[in-house]
Write a protein that binds this ligand. Sequence first.
Ligand SMILES: NC(=O)C1=CN([C@@H]2O[C@H](COP(=O)(O)OP(=O)(O)OC[C@H]3O[C@@H](n4cnc5c(N)ncnc54)[C@H](O)[C@@H]3O)[C@@H](O)[C@H]2O)C=CC1
Ligand SMILES: O=C([O-])CC(=O)C(=O)O
Length: 388
Amino acid sequence: MAAAAIATLSFSSVPCKKRPRHGASSFDAQQFSNSSSYCHSLTLRPRVPRSRAVSRVVVAQAGSGSYKVAILGAAGGIGQPLSLLAKMSPLVSALHLYDIANVEPVTADLSHCNTPAQVAGFTGKDALAGCLSGADVVVIPAGVPRKPGMTRDDLFSVNAGIVRDLVAAVADHAPGALVHVISNPVNSTVPIAAEVLKQKGAYDPRRLFGVTTLGVVRANAFVAARKGLPVAEVDVPVVGGHAAATILPLLSKARPKAAFTDEEVEELTARIRDAGTEVVEAKAGAGSATLSMAYAAARFLEASLRGLDGHDDVYECTYVQSQVVPELPFFACRVKLGRDGVEEVLGSELRGLTDYEARELEDLKPKLKASIDKGIAYVQQNQEAALN
Ligand SMILES: NC(=O)C1=CN([C@@H]2O[C@H](COP(=O)(O)OP(=O)(O)OC[C@H]3O[C@@H](n4cnc5c(N)ncnc54)[C@H](O)[C@@H]3O)[C@@H](O)[C@H]2O)C=CC1
Ligand SMILES: O=C([O-])CC(=O)C(=O)O
C-alpha cells in the first residue's frame, strides 16, 4: 500500500470502533485501529498509527487520495480557517484559493505549512478559470455575513448575485466538480446554483450541496452537554433547511438513544435553530459563525472526498435536490456520499417522527418552499446575466 499523508483530520461524531451503519462520516475506522481514542475531534498534529510512528506516515485507505479543491471566498472569516483545515487533509493534493481581496497574503501564509497540498492563490474574475480548472470539489463561502437584527434572507440581495456568478464560472471551468454552497441564505442560494447550472447544461443534482453540517455539529454538541454524553458518540440528524424554523433537529432519532422531556425537546430545538443568531449577537456586528462553520465545512469536505475516494461508509446531512418531501424540491436530510456525489438520499429518518417533529415539519414546508421559489425566480428573471 502506498504511503499517503503526514497529517490527518477526523470529524466523526461517533467513536471509530462503534460507528453505526448510518453514522456521520469519518476517516475509515481501520486507519485508527491501533488508537483507543475517539476520532471525533480535529487533530492538529500528525495522527500516526502506533505501528507507523517512526516513519510518521498514514496509509491510504480506499483510493488514490489526491484531489483538487477550490475555495471561493477563501480570504474571509470562514474561508481562512477552512483553507487551513483543507490544507491539513491528506486527501487534498492541490488547494486553490480565490477571493476578490486579500488572497495573496493568505496563500503565502498557508503555503508554509508542511503538508502535501500545493496551495495557489487567485484573484479577479479573469483568474477564475485557472482557479477552477480540474477542481474535484468547489467550496463557496463567498458573500456577506449577517449583522445583529438581520435574517439570513436579508443577505439575499447581495449574495444571490455572488453565488450566481461564481457558479456560472464553475459550470464553465469545472463542470464535473462537487459544489458545496455555504453562502447564505442557503435555502435560496442552492436553488440559484441549480438554476444556473441547468441553464449552462451542467446540472447534475448529485453534485450540488448546501452545507448544513453546522446544524448537526451544534445539535451534537448541545445534546451531549445536556445529556452528559461523550460528544464523540452523539449523532443527531438535522433536516429541512438552514434558516430559523426550517432547521429541524430530529431528537427522536438521536444516537445514542436518549430520553428528552417535551420541555427539553423545545428548548434544544430552539437553541439549535437560534445558534447562528447567538454567534451573530456575540460578535456584535463583526460577522457570524466562522470557526465552527469552518470546522463543519471541513467535516463535510472530508466526507465528500472520502466518498469520491471510494469509501462506502460516508453519510452526512446536507441540503440537496430530492423527492423525500414531495412539495420541496430541495431538502436537507441524510445522504450517502459516493464516487459521483450523492449516491442515495435517505428519507427513512422522516418516518416515525414524534408529534412535535411532524408538526414542525409541516410548519417549515411553506417557509422553505418560499425560499426555494425565490432563488429559482431570481435566476429565471435574470437569465441574461446568468449566462454572461
Ligand atoms: N451555511 C452555513 O451554515 C453558514 C453560512 N455562512 C455564510 O457564509 C458567508 C461568508 O461568511 P464569512 O466568511 O463570515 O464572511 P466574510 O465577509 O468574512 O468573508 C466573505 C469573503 O467572501 C469574499 N467575496 C465577496 N464577494 C466575492 C466574490 N464575488 N468572489 C469571491 N469572493 C468574494 C470577500 O472578499 C470575503 O473575503 C456568509 O454569507 C454567511 O452568512 C456563515 C456561517 C454558517
Ligand atoms: O447565522 C448566520 O447568519 C450564519 C449561519 O448560517 C449560522 O451560523 O448557522
